[in-house]
Write a protein that binds this ligand. Structure first.
Ligand SMILES: NC(=O)c1ccc[n+]([C@@H]2O[C@H](COP(=O)([O-])OP(=O)(O)OC[C@H]3O[C@@H](n4cnc5c(N)ncnc54)[C@H](O)[C@@H]3O)[C@@H](O)[C@H]2O)c1
Length: 362
């Protein structure tokens, strides 16, 4: 059936977060006959403002559910009988994992096992034949850290070697996902993506934090000497890759996703400052705002992804150049100051109750 005609039901977990909300927009924009069910417990990182424009879309349903809640997740499987599960829900901030590892283990491992179990019980023995698919959204951080001055890259055969509580919890979840395939033949797939950037990212993460601080003329903290390298990918390219893996990926396989776009943190921060100055015309936004702070504990030096497998098997490649994507992203945050302010003041969480009442429609 050509794209746009299928009638599939997607169960998206963590859809009120950064990548999940971009993915929901991507699916609703690219298809007509779909149902998207978003389950999200709305932690500090869950923001229904990200989904305002589609909250009355007849194809979209929201349930405020914790992925660790067996009864509630079972209920969603019974109610919607999803074809695809895309598991974004997670605690996602490395710094927070250093301060409070337990919640990372609980949600990222326990929550994933709970959703896997519910899928297994709902889909039964014929899950593969009936076209069901469970996609685990993982991260390049499970591979550990590369040397700064090398051309080495992570590929899908690289052994996992996580170094932070966050990446350890994601790696553990990946191992569980694989075990559900080996043991029960649950049709699973795993994607491991590099650092994402784009609209709707919670402003604790480097790029939106830097933009918010720059436009407010506040100090911009940079860990250590800023030499750590990350491979950046625009979130829209990640969403297209997830879509392709769901449709055409081979069950039980891992697909790395990366932008082939390695930048050190200090260069990135300088680029953002220059863009903020250019877009606002405010010359007091300058590199003097940069403040070097004590390095993150166990800070991984470099991530670099080899995305050859998804390129050759599924024909995916990034479409958004870093310069273009970063300039658009900086403009988005500057033009959406209300979105940023509602997070900074905590107001985005005050509206949760009324919004969920309205969106929990049957
Ligand atoms: N951001 C990146 O650069 C990146 C890169 C690779 C992989 N990932 C992975 O992608 C996924 C999404 O990342 P993100 O940046 O959008 O994260 P995010 O922190 O912006 O969003 C996470 C969402 O999950 C929800 N959530 C948390 N705990 C939950 C629970 N127990 N039950 C239900 N919902 C819960 C939150 O409310 C939030 O809406 C994560 O699994 C992350 O590990 C992120």
């Amino acid at each position: 059936m050509p794209k746009g005609c299928e009638t599939r039901t997607y169960l998206v977990t963590g859809g009120a977060g950064f990548i999940g909300s971009n993915f929901i927009h991507h699916i609703l924009d690219s298809r007509e006959n779909v149902t998207v069910v978003n389950i999200d417990t709305l932690t500090y990182a869950g923001n229904l403002d990200n989904l305002r424009d589609i909250e009355t879309d007849e194809r979209y349903f929201f349930r405020r559910i914790d992925i660790r809640d067996r009864q509630a997740v079972e209920g969603v499987f019974r109610e919607f009988n999803p074809d695809y599960v895309v598991n974004f829900a997670a605690e996602s901030h490395v710094d927070r994992s250093i301060n409070d590892p337990f919640v990372f283990a609980s949600t990222n491992i326990g929550g994933t096992v709970n959703v896997l179990t519910c899928a297994l019980m709902a889909w039964g023995a014929n899950a593969i034949q009936s076209g069901k698919r469970f996609l685990q959204i993982s991260t390049d951080e499970v591979y550990g850290s590369l040397e700064l001055n090398s051309n080495n890259l992570f590929n899908e055969e690289t052994p996992i070697s996580p170094r932070s509580p966050y990446s350890a919890s994601k790696a553990s979840a990946d191992v569980m996902v694989k075990a559900f395939y080996e043991t029960y033949k649950l049709p699973v797939l795993i994607t491991r993506c590099s650092n994402n950037y784009g609209s709707f990212q919670f402003p604790e993460k480097l790029i939106p934090l830097c933009i918010a601080r720059a436009v407010a003329h506040e100090e911009i903290p940079v860990y250590g000497t800023g030499e750590n390298i990350r491979d950046w990918l625009h979130v829209s390219d990640h969403c297209r890759a997830i879509d392709l893996v769901l449709e055409n990926g081979t069950i039980s396989q891992i697909y790395n996703i990366g932008g082939n776009n390695e930048v050190c943190n200090l260069s990135l921060v300088k680029k953002i400052i220059a863009l903020c100055e250019e877009i606002t015309g405010d010359s007091s936004i300058n590199e003097r705002l940069i403040t070097f702070v004590e390095d993150r504990k166990g800070h991984d030096l470099r991530y670099g992804i080899c995305a050859d497998k998804i390129r050759s098997e599924l024909g995916w490649c990034p479409q958004v150049s870093f310069d273009h994507g970063l300039a658009n992203t900086v403009s988005w945050y500057i033009n959406n100051q209300e979105w940023v302010q509602r997070i900074r003041t905590g107001e985005y969480q005050h509206s949760i109750k009324s919004s969920t009442d309205q969106m929990n429609r049957v």
